[in-house]
Design a protein around this ligand. Sequence first.
Ligand code: IMP
Length: 426
Amino acid sequence: MFDRKHNCLVVVGAQWGDEGKGKLVDVLAESADCVVRYQGGANAGHTVVVGDRQFVLHQIPSGILHPNATCIVGNGVVLDPDTFFAELDELAAQGIEVSGRLRVSDRAHVVMPYHKLLDAASERTQQIGTTGRGIGPAYEAKIGRRGVRVADLCRADGMREIMVERIDRANQMLAMLGAPTRADLDEHLQLVERVAERLRPIKADTGLLVHQALRAGKRVLLEGAQGALLDVDHGTYPFVTSSNTTAGGAAIGAGIGPTDIDGVLGVVKAYTTRVGNGPLPTEARGEVEANLRELGGEFGATTGRPRRCGWFDATVVRYSVRVNGLTGLAVTKLDVLDSFASIPVGVRYRLDGEECDEVPSDVEALDRVEPVYETLPGWERSTEGARKLADLPPQARAYLDRLQDLAGAPIRYVSVGTRRDQIIEC
Ligand code: IMP
């Protein structure tokens, strides 16, 4: 399944996250040697269904279910160590052997409990609708040069002084934000001791490992988290996550050069969803939204929050093709649209009376745009059993053709269900 043309393929979300990257990475990882998570952290929830078992991976790369894949948590990730090891233990309990094939970058930053307290405190005023996993404060600390890296955690001494300083600063900030709780030094020191022991044997200069794998002719998959419209630079700022979710972030977060990457696959749902606050131009209302949510099982894999649902927004995906340099698209959840008699697609926007083909950089303008819809006929029969394009009803093929034309990138895969085999290679 791994695109034979590519040795180093980035898989990114091309909307607002939750596009089904986990399934795609799992399918592609069958013929990959190495899978790297390169940004985000425990805010992600990548769902993979194998047989009758469902795995939700938050920090461990979705390639882990293939016994031959080496899995790497890259330097661009912010690692929540307790939940990371809980995830690892859960996999082990389910018979997934990971020893010797999972590595964590010693340059990755660590999410501390005080980052989660700061996340909750900031939300009281900012109301981004974060996942509450401490992601923003951990990246703020990284950029502010006061983070804690995996390498620091694993040092034999010196961590106490660092933690005293960090906790003191965090508590000042919490007081300023009017938070009811304070970070506890002992709790943090115990955490450091607990996780350092388990991190030492798996920490590595992972950029070097990826480089060596590529030089040895191995196939590498770079697994993005969230989606382009949640990118801190290119997304609907400030309603974004705190990392570069677009393909440009892959080289930085995996520790390789951009010239190593030879393909970028953008994963898109056949419709649109978003969790958290911020503009969503093609958001559906009432019964239609409830229908999409129920049919698509649109509840957050990390927080359980109901996702906001709407129609495919071609302006967003076209933008995503541009800012990610997408070489192909994977359309997921086509089967969710099986029962609709007709399906609207947002082809462009109208902004203050003018037609507009681009995503405005000003979030207030994006909030004001009105989508211009084109309505395509539905197919009103199941696509779940389709394994090649010719198996799809003509209306479904026409729908995909139209999405491809509007987006400006070729569709390489179509997913028609949660299972591994429910995929069409185009
Ligand atoms: P944070 O990443 O927890 O700071 O959340 C910032 C925004 O990104 C919020 O709107 C979240 O709902 C959204 N977000 C973060 N991670 C994901 C994800 O994996 N899927 C979808 N939305 C996400």
